[in-house]
Design a protein around this ligand. Structure first.
Ligand code: NAP
Length: 434
């Protein structure tokens, strides 16, 4: 089918949005796609979430850049849906709207003390060291020893690793310079990585867990007593990963490196209170056991002193006027939200999976869209009308060519092997487009 008269708006330029764009161009040749992002920079989580020392993962932007450069695709950066244009207006202007907003709000711990200074959600903490302009001013106080990272997923591992690496180990990264300086100057005390369930239930993937065992200044410490003989009755597809995790943890338990810092891996430890009066001083944990797959408290508690707490317990999609919500995601049935409105990625299914997971997921939604739009006449006003509306409202739209100038300036500011020095603020990014 060809679709020369169709125009589609994609809200969000992260992986799920750009995999959808790629699919739309293939399924609906001739379609015009406008990719709208609230930041002047594209690529969503690849730029703002993927760890700065995982440059191999970030290389996917080359593929996404090719998609953005294709005939019929435009980038409208620095345009915030909900501020510069509403979802309802986009519905009126485009034949279809794809919501690829991601999940950019921290889940709350829901325990006393979580709003004390020194407690950060991983969205803001990761955003800070990744140079996300929303968090340039976070300025976490790292001067006191002891850091607790709550959660047993890959984001928790990322946070531990970035806190533990030396400047030399972070040379080949695009960590925000201010964050690098603050982390290196900060207290170099022990780090506690806490999971509310056991080693087999941890959500880590082996490659990421294994990285903790190769740090020059820190080493993971695991109490062998908590490690079971085998992984037990787990889903067949997950079994090899769980077994590999267990093998790595056994290696950590047997390890005796002389690195000065320790990353204590605490299992069966659910946080029940953040301790402190004016700022965080520690975390109270309750020991847990498994009941029907869930962590339940045993009543026994213990405290860990800490000057910094980062909770890495998952994210939710922030509500946006015009979109129905269902818990932490946009309410949808296989990606269909409402006639002409679709959701993909974390906004559709919640914060799970790696970047490639989004490809199949977005392409499945594109298949539904192609079926729904098969008889669409097209003819909605599309991008020209959005341009007029944004101009009327004085929006400063950043094009893909503008982004390429920002990109080139960031790369030019770096010294080998550092791949780029990110601009800290939107104002600096915009100045680079002049
Ligand atoms: P995640 O994998 O879902 O892990 C969240 C962790 O938080 C789980 O251990 C969970 O424990 C725990 N948790 C949730 N609520 C809690 C509470 N109230 N108290 C204590 N612990 C709590 O989420 P994520 O680490 O944010 O990662 C999101 C997705 O991105 C994942 O699919 C991840 O693999 C992916 N990712 C991949 C990479 C990579 O490939 N390098 C890097 C970063 C992220 P329970 O299991 O008990 O609920």
């Amino acid at each position: 089918m060809t679709a020369p008269g169709l125009s589609i708006a994609v809200i969000g330029s992260g992986p799920s949005g750009l995999y959808a764009v790629d699919g739309l161009l293939r399924k609906l040749p001739g379609v015009r796609v406008d990719v709208i992002d609230r930041l002047p920079t594209p690529y969503g989580l690849v730029r703002g979430g993927v760890a700065p020392d995982h440059q191999g993962t970030k290389a996917i932007v080359r593929q996404f850049g090719r998609t953005m450069g294709k005939e019929g695709v435009r980038f409208l950066g620095n345009v915030e849906v909900g501020r510069d244009v509403s979802v309802d207006e986009l519905k009126g202007l485009y034949d279809a709207v794809v919501v690829a907003l991601g999940a950019y709000e921290d889940r709350r711990l829901g325990i006393p003390g979580e709003d004390l200074p020194g407690v950060h959600g991983s969205w803001s903490f990761v955003g800070w060291y990744n140079g996300h302009p929303d968090f340039a001013g976070l300025n976490p106080d790292l001067s006191r020893p002891g850091a607790v990272v709550i959660g047993n997923g890959n984001v928790a591992l990322d946070v531990c690793r970035i806190l533990a690496k030396t400047g030399g180990e972070l040379a080949l990264s695009d960590i925000a310079p201010a964050a690098l300086a603050a982390i290196q100057a900060g207290a170099q005390g022990d780090i506690f990585l806490a999971g509310r369930r056991g080693p087999v239930e941890a959500a880590f993937t082996p490659a990421e867990l294994g990285e903790l065992g190769h740090l020059s200044r820190a080493r993971p410490v695991v109490d062998a007593v908590v490690l079971p003989e085998g992984v037990g009755d787990v889903d067949g597809r997950e079994k090899p990963f769980k077994e590999k995790n267990l093998e790595l943890l056994r290696g950590f338990a047997a390890g005796d490196g002389d690195q000065p810092r320790r990353i204590h891996m605490l299992f069966w430890a659910a946080p029940v209170a953040i301790l402190g009066t004016d700022r965080v001083e520690g975390v109270r944990f309750e020991r847990t056991r498994l009941e029907g797959g869930r962590a339940v408290g045993t009543g026994e508690t213990f405290d860990v002193a800490a000057g910094l707490v980062v909770s890495a317990i998952g994210y939710r999609t922030a509500p946006l006027d015009g979109l129905p919500m269902d818990g932490g995601v946009v309410a949808n049935a296989d990606g269909r939200v409402a006639p002409g409105v679709y959701a993909v990625g974390w906004a559709k299914r919640g914060p799970s999976g790696t970047i490639p997971t989004n490809r199949a997921d977005s392409l499945a939604v594109v298949d539904l869209m192609a079926a729904d739009l098969a008889d669409a006449a097209g003819g909605k006003p599309g991008g020209a009308a959005l341009d007029a509306l944004l101009a009327e409202r004085g929006a400063r739209v950043v094009s893909f060519a503008d982004w390429e100038k920002i990109d080139a300036a960031e790369v030019a500011a770096a010294t080998d092997p550092c791949p780029r020095v990110k601009f800290a603020t939107v104002a600096e990014m915009l100045a680079a487009t002049d």
